[in-house]
Design a protein around this ligand. Structure first.
Ligand code: ZN
Length: 201
């Protein structure tokens, strides 16, 4: 434990309020000599009481930004780049984008939306984001669960028996459904036959 006397504490409080006060100014305010102040400061620094002389930032500049994720549709994607508030642009298809906007308030967000003139499909405030140090580098292609071809545009998402399937086009989805239905029908028939056989025995 470092022992601090009244003079040390007064010195600390003065510096906490304004770390740029000179030794002369401190000496004057404390009513002690400059060598005394100098010696005290050296001791406080040596003992690690004063670790750094820092600055206080204008609270306006310290304010954290709100980051909002938006799924948008736009015919003029080049406009997105004009706004410094738009910190991330991810393209889905030619017109659909996922963007991240950093703004101070709703008004700032409104300005970006109106200024860039895009249509908002979905809007989600980001509460927390975790940056992975090594993001995956290999892009895994989306493949159609029916034909196996790579899905270029937006995949059609279909949930079937608690499993999610992706399809490249409505035709593949329709064919998938038909095949599944046929499988189920034949399974059902098998069941019926078995049930029948049981009856006969
Ligand atoms: Zn397909």
């Amino acid at each position: 434990m470092v022992k601090l006397d009244e003079l040390d504490l007064k010195l600390i409080y003065l510096l906490m309020d304004n770390s740029r006060l000179s030794i002369s100014e401190l000496a004057e305010r404390l009513g002690v000599s400059r060598p005394t102040v100098k010696a005290r400061l050296e001791r406080l620094e040596k003992e690690g009481v004063i670790q750094r002389y820092t600055i206080k930032l204008n609270p306006e500049l310290q304010r954290a930004h709100n980051v909002v994720a938006l799924i948008i549709k736009t015919d003029e994607p080049e406009k997105l780049e004009e706004f410094k508030e738009i910190i991330e642009i991810n393209r889905f298809t030619s017109k659909k984008y996922l963007i991240k906007v950093a703004v101070e308030d709703m008004e700032g967000l409104r300005n970006v939306i109106e200024g860039a003139g895009f249509e908002v499909l979905e809007i989600m405030p980001i509460l927390e984001s975790i940056e992975k140090e090594h993001p995956p580098k290999i892009k895994v292609p989306f493949k159609c669960d029916y034909c196996g071809k790579e899905i270029v545009g937006e995949p059609i998402v279909y949930k079937y028996h608690n499993r999610v399937y992706f399809f490249c086009c409505p035709t593949c989805l329709r064919e998938f459904k038909r095949t599944r239905e046929n499988i189920e029908k034949s399974k059902l028939k098998e069941h019926e036959i078995h049930a029948h056989e049981h009856h006969e025995h």
